[in-house]
Design a protein around this ligand. Structure first.
Ligand code: P6P
Length: 349
């Protein structure tokens, strides 16, 4: 009788990155940076996983005094913990020149007691943190850019590069399992945290988003505030088989971008946070540099598309570290359809 098939040996994140370095897809410094971020995300996963037992739920700030970040949002204790974990983990490695975070007003060069490297790291340490207190999945989003040549002490302006300049992007979703999803420009790959060995194991090589979908993700309570093309687009989705789209659609909205986009990377769909009259003055709700751009890189590398509704997300020329944009990302054909509603509206205007 033939021997039972041995399961294929699992590929650790470390092995995956060494193979990527051998293939010339990552430099030794970028490989180190990704390992450091992944290790920080493991620590965040432990803190998030403790929930009410960890004494880290609820608002940050001293007794009764809420701590408000530059976004004007009340910080959760875990926002601050996650931010500190990522800052500390990346200070001494020598791979970074500077960091920027949703939780910090301005970017910070690496302290000059440490050697500086050639990369800039941007992150949203805990996206969707309003869901923390109700035990719904949250995530960490990160993006890596090159520090411009000759710049040894980077300032905010050196971070303002279009999404096409990213050399790496990823997120960690703290859900039923903790998963790290990563691209270095050669596909989008998913790793699952094996808590027994304390390491990430490759579980999906080359994620692919189906071109078509029957599932959309949007916060419908904003419908009356949307622009006309968005009203028309979603109106036709809701009309289902009786409407011009000729098929019925399903809706999902977790209100954690990482969870919603992870579902779309896994089974298709379109995610949208469009302009509405409440957020139009700020340019949108979601942040370009450390939410829309990294997620767009991951989605495009998985065969999907990402747009502001009027232009490819990765080609937006940033003007501010915390700038906001409207977002449409996911199944390529569906994003193209949503964009078409906007471009036809603009042409008719
Ligand atoms: P709303 C979370 O605060 C976040 O930044 C994204 O993760 C999420 O997609 C969106 O905002 C949810 O916004 O208006 O539905 O609460």
């Amino acid at each position: 009788p033939s021997l039972p098939q041995r399961p294929a040996p699992s590929v650790s994140l470390t092995q995956f990155l060494i193979e990527a370095q051998r293939a010339g897809h990552v430099s030794p410094d970028l490989r180190l940076l990704i390992e450091v971020v992944a290790r920080a995300c493991k620590r965040i996963s432990i803190a998030v996983g403790k929930g009410a037992l960890g004494g880290v739920l609820g608002e940050a700030g001293s007794a009764g005094e809420a701590s408000i970040n530059i976004q004007g949002e009340a910080q959760k204790k875990l926002d601050v913990i996650a931010n500190d974990v990522l800052m500390e983990a990346n200070a001494w490695g020598g791979h970074l020149a500077g960091l920027a975070s949703e939780e910090m007003d301005h970017s910070q060069p690496i302290p000059d007691v440490y050697p500086r490297g050639n990369y800039l790291l941007l992150f949203d340490p805990l996206d969707g943190s309003s869901n923390i207190d109700v035990n719904i999945s949250v995530g960490t989003i990160f993006s890596v850019l090159r520090c411009p040549d000759g710049v040894t002490t980077p300032g905010d302006e050196h971070f303002l590069q279009p999404g096409t300049e990213q050399v790496c992007a990823g997120y960690t979703t703290y859900g039923p399992s903790t998963m790290l999803v990563l691209t270095v420009g050669h596909g989008t790959h998913a790793f699952t945290l094996d808590r027994e060995i304390g390491g990430f194991v490759l579980t999906t090589r080359d994620m692919r988003i189906p071109d078509e979908t029957k599932e959309f993700a949007v916060n419908m309570s904003n419908q009356r505030f949307w622009e006309p093309p968005m009203q028309a687009y979603v109106g036709d989705l809701l009309a289902g088989t009786e409407g011009p789209r000729g098929k019925d659609f399903n809706m999902r909205w977790v209100a954690s971008m990482v969870a919603d986009v992870h579902r779309i990377l896994t089974r298709g769909g379109i995610f949208s946070y469009p302009l509405d009259s409440k957020c139009a003055a700020k340019g949108g709700k979601l942040r370009l540099m450390y939410e829309a751009n990294p997620m767009s890189f991951l989605v495009e590398q998985a065969g999907g598309a990402s747009s502001t509704g009027r232009q490819r997300m990765l080609e937006v020329r940033p003007t501010g570290l915390h700038q906001r944009v409207p977002v449409f990302m996911g199944s390529r054909r569906e994003v193209e359809t949503a964009v078409d509603y906007h471009l036809r509206h603009d042409r008719a205007a």
